[in-house]
Design a protein around this ligand. Structure first.
Ligand code: ADP
Ligand code: MG
Length: 378
C-alpha cells in the first residue's frame, strides 16, 4: 500500500491532512463450502489491504477519491443519495448501514487506495468496507463492537452491492491478527485464534491465480447446497455440521450417489479443519499441508467444484514437493493456496509458471502472503 501516494492525493484534492486507517484482505487456509453447512472456516488477514485518509468536512456530504481508479464521487448520506460508481457504493453502503444501526455520522473527505488484487479471491471488497466501518466508528466515537463492524460490511454487500456473501471475509478483515488464523464456527459465530507463522518454521504461503473463471451452466452452488440440505434432513439435523461418516454410511442406500459424495466432502472437511488446528498447536505444518491436498481432491472428485486448470496447479505443486496445495474459494477458477518450504519456493514458482503457460497459454499470477493484523488506525 502506497501511503505516501494517498497522502499526496488527499492533499491535492482537499488541501488538508486527515487520519489514516487500513484493513486487510484475507486468505482461507482450509474449510471450504462449510459456512452454509454450519461448519468451520479458518481464515487469516494478509499483508495486502486498503488504506484511506479521512477527514470530517463539516458538511452532510461525502467526497471520495479512488486513487487506484482515478475516480471521484460525491454523495449525501440519505438513502436516495446512492452513488452510481460501484466502488463508491461500498463506502455509501457502510455509511448507511451504520446509520441504520443508530450511528450518528456526518460528511467527510477521503482518498483511498489498496493492493489487494481485485477479484482474485482475497476479498478486496471486504478490505474496503472494513476500512471505512472501522474508521467511521473511530472518528465519530460510535462504540460499535468489532463483530458488528464486520456485519456492517456484510450488509453493505447484501444491500448496496448485490452480493449475498457470508460473514467470513469481513470477519477476517476486522479481527485479523499477525501470526494467527481464526477458526470461526459458522453455526455459533464463536471463534478462536490459532498460531500460524509459516515463515518462522521455514515455510511460505503463496497463491497462484489461474486467472480463469469458468462460465457455469445451471446453478452449481445451489445444487451443492440442496444436496447438503437433503442429506442433513435425512439425518434429522438442521446442518450437516456434526454428522459423522458412520451416520452418512448408514443412510447410503437411501440417498443418491451424488448426494452421498457431496456430504462425504463436507463431513470430511469439518474433520480436516479440526485436524489442522490440532496440528498447528504442535507446529506440524506437514500435516496441515496433507489436509490441504485432501481438501483439494475432495473438492475436485466429491464436491466437483474444481476445474482442469486448478487440478493441474495442485498436481504440479505435488510434483514439486510443495507441502500443501488446494483450491481457495468456491471453485471453478481462481486461485490455489500453497504451503511451501522456503527452499522449494523458487523452483516451484518457476516450474508452475512454465508448465501452466505451456498448457494454457498464460502464466498464473503469483501472490505471496504473510498473515497480518486486521482493521486499524495507521
Ligand atoms: P473481491 O473478491 O476482491 O472482493 P469483488 O468483486 O467482491 O472482488 O470486489 C471488487 C470491487 O471492490 C471492485 O469492483 C471495486 O468496486 C471495489 N474495490 C476493490 N479494490 C478497490 C480499490 N483498490 N479501489 C477502488 N475500488 C476497489
Ligand atoms: Mg468481494
Amino acid at each position: 500500500m502506497n501511503v505516501e501516494l494517498i497522502n499526496q492525493k488527499f492533499f491535492e484534492k482537499f488541501a488538508t491532512k486527515g487520519e489514516l486507517f487500513t484493513s486487510p484482505g484475507r486468505i482461507n487456509l482450509i474449510g471450504e463450502h462449510t459456512d452454509y453447512n454450519g461448519g468451520f472456516v479458518f481464515p487469516g488477514a494478509i499483508d495486502k489491504g486498503m488504506a484511506a485518509e479521512i477527514k470530517l468536512n463539516g458538511t452532510e456530504k461525502v467526497r471520495a477519491y479512488s486513487v487506484d481508479l482515478d475516480d471521484y464521487a460525491e454523495f449525501g448520506l440519505e438513502e436516495a443519495d446512492a452513488p452510481k460508481a460501484s466502488w463508491a457504493r461500498y463506502i455509501f453502503g457502510v455509511c448507511r448501514e451504520i446509520q441504520k444501526r443508530g450511528g450518528k455520522i456526518a460528511g467527510f473527505d477521503t482518498a483511498f487506495a489498496g493492493d489487494v488484487p481485485l477479484g482474485a479471491g482475497m476479498s478486496s471488497s471486504a478490505a474496503l468496507e472494513s476500512t471505512f466501518a472501522n474508521a467511521l466508528n473511530d472518528l465519530f466515537d460510535l462504540g460499535i463492537d468489532r463483530f458488528e463492524l464486520a456485519r456492517i460490511g456484510q450488509s453493505t454487500e447484501h444491500n448496496y452491492c448485490g452480493v449475498k456473501c457470508g460473514i467470513m471475509d469481513q470477519f477476517a478483515s476486522v479481527f485479523g491478527k499477525a501470526g494467527h488464523l481464526m477458526r470461526l464456527d459458522c453455526r455459533s459465530m464463536e471463534f478462536e485464534y490459532f498460531p500460524f507463522d509459516p515463515e518462522k518454521h521455514g515455510y511460505k504461503v503463496v497463491l497462484l491465480d489461474s486467472v480463469v473463471k469458468h462460465e457455469l451452466v445451471g446453478s452449481p452452488y445451489n445444487d451443492r447446497r440442496a444436496s447438503c440440505e437433503r442429506v442433513a434432513a435425512k439425518l434429522g439435523q438442521e446442518f450437516l455440521r456434526g454428522a459423522t461418516m458412520a451416520q452418512l454410511d448408514a443412510i447410503k442406500s437411501e440417498i443418491s450417489e451424488e448426494d452421498y459424495k457431496r456430504a462425504r466432502y463436507v463431513i470430511g472437511e469439518e474433520q480436516r479443519v479440526l485436524d489442522v488446528c490440532e496440528a498447528l498447536k504442535r507446529d506440524d505444518y506437514e500435516t496441515v499441508g496433507k489436509r490441504m491436498y485432501e481438501t483439494h481432491w475432495g473438492m475436485s472428485k466429491d464436491y466437483e467444484v474444481s476445474c482442469e486448470e486448478l487440478d493441474f496447479l495442485a498436481t504440479v505443486a505435488e510434483e514439486c514437493g510443495v507441502s500443501g496445495s488446494r483450491i481457495m474459494g468456491g471453485g471453478f477458477g481462481g486461485c490455489t493456496i500453497n504451503l511451501v518450504k522456503a527452499e522449494r519456493y523458487d523452483d516451484f514458482i518457476a516450474t508452475a509458471k512454465k508448465r501452466f503457460a505451456e498448457k494454457y497459454g498464460h502464466e498464473p499470477k503469483v501472490y505471496q502472503v504473510v498473515i497480518s493484523d486486521g482493521a486499524r488506525r495507521l
